[in-house]
Design a protein around this ligand. Structure first.
Ligand code: ADP
Ligand code: MG
Length: 339
């Protein structure tokens, strides 16, 4: 029998990091979500080489107090929940306290942060979970994270990354969704020195759709605003004529979180049946507000999936809302084309 031994903390951290940090876009997602949770109104994301060698995220949020900085990098340390009961009422994007520790386990992280209350800020450097520097410096209010050389100490992971171009495209897609999810935050995205996106943060969803998807899509939208006992849904769906060839144009946000949901997709696609040609999918940007106790967001470390406590009611209600919106307009349903 081989001997049973407890893994070293370093190995434990690296294994755990794999669940949260799969690629550069995972780092960007976690850090931008932290900025949003910190109530930032402006967030700038800069990447080089698809984020593999360099990611810098700057926010004007609340900052981290000097004495708390090392704590923030410990696994399961969070300012967002205190007990398991709090999981029933999550209003922040983060709550698992895993992102910073995971990112720091597999990259070289530099943090500069200052709260409103402090006179000076903190510069903190941590590499492969080891603290390298911790000093007092002058800094603007808010937080900047620089993440260098992702997976420098986990070559097996690094090998699975795609080209810098492709990784950069993933981050671009993510930035668009983050901007859509929070139209009240001004986002700037710079890829290899080129500004790819800069949103105003004026809180208008339709402006954001125009900015990201362009005029043709924006001119073919139907507005949705519907409140019922299960949720309040607002946003836009595409008229059948702006249907798309894949599901990437179905955007669902629940309580400010971008999510993937087979249930919501299925409900919408069923509602569009008869209005779209075969193999076409609807365009939609839908914002749901829902009681937090009807949701379980603690399903997966990336928090992209969630569970509803009442699947059937949600499916049916959404179906009826979308069907209603489509049928009360005079579209001529398109005849499915046989291939
Ligand atoms: P979580 O977001 O689940 O709490 P993280 O590991 O992402 O866990 O972050 C740990 C803690 O660090 C957060 O709870 C928060 O208090 C602090 N923090 C992280 N990023 C920022 C930021 N950009 N501004 C202010 N505080 C932050
Ligand atoms: Mg977080």
């Amino acid at each position: 029998m081989p001997e049973i031994t407890l893994l070293s903390q370093e190995t434990i951290d690296k294994i755990a990091a794999g669940e949260v940090v799969e690629r550069p876009s995972s780092v960007v997602k976690e850090l931008v979500e932290n900025a949003i949770d910190a109530k930032a109104t402006a967030v700038t994301v800069e990447i080089k080489e698809g984020g593999i060698s360099f990611i810098r995220i700057t926010d004007n949020g609340c900052g981290i107090e000097r004495a708390q900085v090392p704590l923030a990098f410990l696994r399961h340390s969070t300012s967002k929940i205190k007990s398991v009961e709090d999981l029933m009422s999550i209003t922040s994007l983060g709550f698992r306290g895993e992102a910073l520790s995971s990112i720091a386990a597999v990259s070289q992280v530099e943090l500069i942060t200052k709260t409103y209350g402090e006179l000076t800020g903190t510069r903190y450097v941590i590499e492969g979970s080891k603290e390298k520097e911790n000093e007092e410096i002058g800094a603007p209010e808010g937080t900047t994270f620089i993440v260098r050389n992702l997976f420098y100490n986990t070559p097996a992971r690094r090998k699975f990354l795609k080209t810098a171009q492709t990784e950069g495209n993933y981050i671009n897609d993510l930035m668009e969704r983050l901007a859509l999810s929070h139209p009240g935050v001004s986002f700037k995205f710079i890829n290899n020195g080129q500004t790819k996106m800069h949103t105003s943060g004026n809180s208008r969803e339709k402006d954001m759709i125009y900015h990201i998807y362009g005029r043709d899509i924006t001119s073919g939208l139907l507005e949705i605003d519907h409140k019922n006992e299960y949720f309040h849904v607002k946003g836009f769906i595409g008229k059948p004529l702006i249907s798309r060839g894949n599901r990437n144009f179905e955007n669902y946000f629940i309580n400010g979180r971008y999510i993937k949901s087979a249930l919501l997709s299925k409900s919408i696609e069923e509602a569009y049946k008869g209005f779209l040609m075969q193999h076409q999918y609807p365009f939609c940007v839908l914002y749901f507000s829902m009681d937090t106790d009807l949701l379980d967001v603690n399903v997966h470390p990336t928090k992209m999936e969630l569970r509803f406590s009442n699947n059937e009611a949600i499916y049916k209600t959404l179906f009826e809302i979308i069907r209603g919106a489509l049928t009360h307009k005079d579209f001529i349903p398109e005849v499915p084309v046989q291939e």
